[in-house]
Write a protein that binds this ligand. Structure first.
Ligand SMILES: Cc1cc2nc3c(=O)[nH]c(=O)nc-3n(C[C@H](O)[C@H](O)[C@H](O)COP(=O)(O)OP(=O)(O)OC[C@H]3O[C@@H](n4cnc5c(N)ncnc54)[C@H](O)[C@@H]3O)c2cc1C
Ligand code: SF4
Length: 397
């Protein structure tokens, strides 16, 4: 390669599809490309690329959760979208000794992963999803600036479910009676979660909405907002509300401007003054506990979320007790001082509750469903656990 250096140049980082790799080479940006995480997500990446089957690649979504975060916390490295990574001798997808008729209820990460592994092992699988598309909460996650690639996981499962001939019933809310009447050999319940409601005066005020209403476009948010709950979803909702228009993650020049990267390489280390676009609204991010916001976010990614919200001047308030919501706004007690946040909206991101009604109905009818993901336990739920549980169950049935 001719240019700034006279030695072969290898480009790396976020080259996660064969198309991007080809583009880097075709545009003469580098002589070779190097990848690591994409091979954890899909060890067959290279052969699928060679055989022009890139739509079958399980794409690395840059979450860092099961690879780098594990490594930096002294756990075995693996992959959120592929729990077999680095566990290939323990988690095996062997052909089923007898073909069973299996129903999977819920098309979120847990249900999609379970249906995929069950079907590739040779079972006859029916997947029921009440929405008109698969994805579950990943449909909301992919709306967050910087998490657009989560859509690739949904694309991957859609391709695989078609390939392994899973019968996918979209827009169908499965109920216990119909499932039992159908005579399935096994029923896997992956019905996920519902946002937890809060209990204080004015919790039903029209200003108050939950994160799902915001991220599905069912709630209009005004020019000032208080977010209750500063866990992963609270941070994501703040990120979502702090951006407007084209996501910076999708436009190179906007991204470089936001993070202060000098693309002309005129400054030392190519670092320049970050010029983030201002947030379109005033945002407060509140939590009940004391201490720093975001300390439980991913070890290798938490700093990005904290820096990003700091750039957008999101006001972080800790040690908050919630008093009430009224036309004036959100009344809080903070460090024993009364304060009113005069906001247009209050968004609740105060955790989730498991949706277990279907599992309970099935049990009441004498069947023994397998319950996985958020439906099993909503506490500290994430897609890593949901997919892990799904794959381990599906490997055994
Ligand atoms: C904004 C946001 C960002 C996130 N970011 C991350 C992240 O970066 N990393 C991470 O690991 N996790 C993240 N998560 C969490 C992750 O998405 C969830 O942990 C995961 O989706 C749980 O998977 P699940 O399959 O158990 O449940 P869900 O995703 O909730 O899926 C359950 C599905 O079941 C369907 N269903 C329910 N009842 C029925 C019925 N009776 N019949 C038919 N269908 C039914 C629902 O419609 C739904 O599609 C995020 C979540 C959100 C909201
Ligand atoms: S855990 Fe996330 S970042 Fe790491 S390889 Fe898997 S998808 Fe990629």
């Amino acid at each position: 390669m001719m240019g700034e250096v006279q030695i072969p140049l290898i480009a790396t980082n976020r080259i996660n599809t064969p198309e991007i790799a080809e583009q880097v080479l075709e545009e003469g940006c580098a002589d070779m490309v190097s990848m690591a995480r994409p091979f954890l997500a899909d060890p067959e990446f290279a052969i699928k690329a060679l055989e022009k089957r890139s739509n079958e690649i399980n794409t690395c979504i840059a979450c860092n959760q099961a690879c780098l975060d594990h490594t930096f916390t002294m756990q075995i490295c693996s992959c959120l979208v592929n729990p077999r990574a680095c566990h290939e001798t323990e988690l095996k997808y062997e052909a089923a000794s007898e073909q069973k008729k299996i129903a999977v209820i819920g098309g979120g990460p847990a249900g999609m992963a379970a249906a995929h592994v069950l079907s590739l092992r040779g079972h006859q699988v029916s997947l029921f999803e009440q929405q008109d598309e698969l994805g579950g909460q990943f449909l909301m996650a992919k709306e967050i600036p910087g998490k657009e690639e989560y859509a690739e996981t949904i694309r991957y499962f859609n391709t695989q479910l078609q390939k392994y001939k899973v019968t996918v019933h979209l827009g169908v809310r499965a109920d216990a009676q119909a499932l039992v009447a159908h005579g399935f050999d096994e029923i896997v319940v992956a019905t996920g979660v519902t946002p937890r409601r809060v209990q204080f005066e004015g919790a039903d005020h029209p200003k108050v909405v939950d994160y799902a209403e915001v991220l599905t476009g069912n709630a209009e948010i005004g020019s000032s907002v208080a977010i209750i709950g500063a866990g992963g979803i609270g941070f994501d909702v703040a990120e979502f509300l702090a951006h407007d228009g084209t996501p910076v993650s999708q436009e190179t020049h906007l991204y470089m401007k936001e993070w202060g990267v000098d693309m002309r390489y005129e400054t030392g280390g190519a670092l320049t003054l970050a010029k983030p676009a201002p947030s379109p609204r005033k945002i407060f991010l509140l939590k009940r506990s004391k201490g720093k916001h975001g300390k439980d976010l991913g070890k290798t990614t938490g700093w990005i979320h904290r820096s990003s919200l700091a750039m957008k001047k999101v006001e972080m308030l800790a040690n908050v007790a919630y008093r009430k919501v009224d036309d004036q706004g959100l009344h809080i007690l903070i460090d024993d001082d009364e304060r009113v946040l005069e906001v247009d909206n209050v968004v609740i991101c105060a955790g989730q509750e498991p949706l277990r009604a279907l599992a309970q109905d099935l049990e009441a009818m004498g069947t023994k469903p397998h319950v996985i993901g958020g439906a099993r336990d909503a506490k500290e739920l994430d897609a890593e656990r949901a997919i892990y549980e799904a794959c381990h169950l599906a490997a055994k049935l």
